[in-house]
Write a protein that binds this ligand. Structure first.
Ligand code: FAD
Ligand code: DHB
Length: 389
């Protein structure tokens, strides 16, 4: 098979890039290791920046988002019984959009299917060859058969555990990592959200987050131990613990019900440099991970796709490779800022095992400063709604 861009990974990065290229007449093939149903069953992020929404519009995939999403003009932060709001719109003029990653992916799959572009599922043993030359190719197996795709470029959109990052030689690639000593236990429940906007909660017992997907679908998270398994947590134990971490008015208002999904995610900050090697370009979780506090994971994947898409368009329309050559440098400049924000917001809100009384006082002092200082609120809001592309 021959295509212009071979995209490895059918998560949001790969599907968004594929759809943008398809709409602009650039032929591409997506190779996905799992089934479509598996990809669509993953419950992950829920908050989109405007930049992401614009990209979905450009991709022709924003119709359902505009009909069903919710615009949030601010967020709440609590500590103990205290709670305050940061107003994104008065600070930055921009709201965020609440629309689940599952729905984004569903819309991208629907658009790809109606465009007739090729997506191969259940592929195995993907190997990238010749990325440092002019004629790269991707070998893989499917239904026991060996296949090969020759292409102009390879987009590595295969997430943190994919093969693309490791195709960049060890002596070229540098990795930066911070692993956090806790995880997030998340549940989805068909109950009305406890509040109309998100609540990020710092408590003596650890972090909690009240989020949502719609009026009758809530997403809640609590900081948990890395040694916990979702089976250790009955629904009742989860609700009891969540209540203890919220100001009492919200704890009392919380409506509970059976969980329809329960999972634990470890927290990690990770960046690989460079994000390109020859004709291979990494996008999204394949190149970087943020701890989820601040909802930047999916949104940083989108900014990578934006830069790569524009570099590819410029190349195919004018033959100019300079945008592609600068891809890693341009993308990383924004990525490191999102890494900083996610690290800062995580540090502000979680309970660390080795935290001293002094460290705890510093968190409270910083929360009180944020509550009372508009410059601090503006800095937080600018990062939360998303730095410009
Ligand atoms: P992925 O979504 O990981 O997609 C990569 C795709 O590549 C997958 O479909 C995978 O099956 C496929 N693949 C992997 N290896 C291969 C291979 N060798 N060959 C072919 N295909 C391959 N972000 C937030 O903002 N908020 C959250 O609450 C949040 N929760 C998360 C919970 C979990 C458990 C995880 C893992 C991530 C979470 N994130 C969250 C981060 C966010 O979901 C990711 O940043 C986003 O999914 C990145 O998209 P991606 O397409 O780059 O990678
Ligand atoms: C959600 C996840 C986040 O990490 C976050 O900061 C906000 C919302 C969510 O899943 O809804």
């Amino acid at each position: 098979m021959r295509t212009q861009v071979c995209i490895i990974g059918g998560g949001p990065s790969g599907m968004l890039l594929g759809q943008l290229l398809q709409r602009n007449g650039i032929d591409n093939v997506v190779l996905e290791r799992k089934t479509k149903d598996y990809v669509l069953s993953r419950i992950r992020a829920g908050v989109l920046e405007q930049g992401f929404v614009k990209l979905l519009e450009t991709a022709g995939c924003a119709e359902r988002l505009h009909a069903e999403s919710f615009s949030h003009t601010g967020t709440y932060i609590s500590y103990g019984e205290e709670i305050f709001r940061i107003d994104f719109v008065s600070q930055t003029g921009t709201p965020v959009v609440v629309y689940g990653q599952t729905e984004v992916t569903r819309d991208l799959y629907a658009a790809r299917e109606s465009s007739g572009a090729t997506t191969e599922y259940n592929v195995e043993d993907v190997v990238i060859e010749g990325a440092d030359g002019d004629t790269p190719s991707v070998r893989y197996s499917s239904n026991g058969q060996q296949r090969r795709i020759d292409c102009d470029f390879v987009a590595g959109c295969d997430g943190f555990h994919g093969v693309s990052r490791r195709a960049i030689p060890d002596n070229v690639r540098r990795e930066y990592e911070k692993v956090y000593p806790f995880g997030w236990l998340g549940i989805l429940s068909e109950t009305p959200p406890v509040h109309e906007e998100l609540i990020y909660a710092n408590s003596d017992r650890g972090f909690a987050l009240c989020s949502m997907r719609n009026e009758n679908l809530s997403r809640y998270y609590i900081q948990c131990s890395l040694s916990d398994s979702p089976d250790d947590w009955s629904d009742q134990a989860f609700w009891d613990e969540l209540r203890r971490r919220l100001p009492s008015d919200y704890a009392d208002a919380l409506q509970i019900g059976p969980s329809i999904e329960k999972s634990i995610a470890p927290l990690r900050s990770f960046v690989t440099e460079p994000m390109q090697w020859g004709r291979l370009f990494l996008c999204g979780d394949a190149a970087h991970i943020v701890p989820p506090t601040g909802a930047k994971g999916l949104n940083t994947a989108a900014s990578d796709v934006h830069y790569l898409f524009h570099g590819l368009i410029e190349y195919y329309e004018t033959g100019d490779r300079s945008g592609l050559d600068r891809y890693s440098e341009t993308a990383l400049r924004r990525i490191w800022k999102a890494e900083r924000f996610s690290w800062w917001f995580s540090s502000l809100l979680h309970r660390y095992p080795d935290q001293t009384e002094f460290d705890r006082k510093m968190q409270i002092a910083e929360l009180e400063f944020l509550r009372s200082n508009t410059a601090a609120q503006q800095a937080m809001a600018e990062n939360y709604v998303g730095l410009p592309y």
